[in-house]
Design a protein around this ligand. Structure first.
Ligand SMILES: Nc1ncnc2c1ncn2[C@@H]1O[C@H](COP(=O)(O)OP(=O)(O)OP(=O)(O)O)[C@@H](O)[C@H]1O
Length: 138
C-alpha cells in the first residue's frame, strides 16, 4: 500500500450547478484527504495541455471551450489507491449510463450538448496524476 495523490476537477457544469460541496463531501466521506484546493478560470493553453491525449478528436475543440466557459475547482486529494478510488466514485464517462451511486450517475444527465458534461474529472493513472497536478498546482 502506498499513499498517492490525484487531480480531481469539478468541471464548469458542476460548479455552475452548485455541486462543488457535494463532490467534496463524497471525496471526504470515502475517507480521502483534500490536500489542496483552488478555483481556476483555466486558460485555453492549460486546457489544451491537460487534454493533449484528445487533440485531433472531434470533441476536442468543444471540450476546451466548455472547460473554459466558467470556473473549475481543482482538488489535490490523497489516500491509498485514490486514483482508482475516485474514478470509481465518479462513474462512467457518459452520465446517462453511469451507475446510480456514482457522482455522474446520481447528479449527471445528457443535456444535448456537443460535449459530455459530466461534472468531474479524475486522473486515470499515476503518470497522469503527476503530470496533471503539476499543471494545475504549478
Ligand atoms: N465522444 C465524446 N463526445 C463528447 N465529449 C466527450 C466524448 N468523449 C469524452 N468526452 C469528454 O472528454 C472528457 C475526457 O474524456 P475521457 O475519455 O478521458 O473521459 P473520462 O476519463 O471519463 O473523463 P475525465 O478524463 O474527464 O475524467 C470526458 O470526461 C468528456 O467530458
Amino acid at each position: 500500500m502506498s499513499t498517492e495523490e490525484t487531480l480531481i476537477l469539478v468541471k464548469p457544469d458542476g460548479v455552475a450547478r452548485g455541486l462543488t460541496g457535494e463532490v467534496l463531501r463524497r471525496i471526504e466521506a470515502k475517507g480521502y484527504k483534500i490536500v489542496d484546493l483552488r478555483m481556476v478560470n483555466a486558460s485555453r493553453e492549460l486546457l489544451e495541455e491537460h487534454y493533449e491525449e484528445h487533440a485531433g478528436k472531434p470533441f476536442f475543440g468543444p471540450l476546451v471551450e466548455f472547460m473554459a466557459s466558467g470556473p473549475v475547482v481543482a482538488v489535490r486529494a490523497s489516500g491509498n489507491r485514490v486514483i482508482e478510488g475516485f474514478r470509481s466514485l465518479a462513474g462512467a464517462t457518459d452520465p446517462t449510463v453511469a451507475a446510480p451511486g456514482t457522482i455522474r450517475g446520481d447528479l449527471g444527465r445528457d443535456w444535448g450538448a456537443a460535449v459530455t458534461q459530466n461534472i468531474v474529472h479524475g486522473s486515470d493513472s499515476t503518470l497522469s496524476a503527476e503530470r496533471e497536478l503539476a499543471l494545475w498546482f504549478a
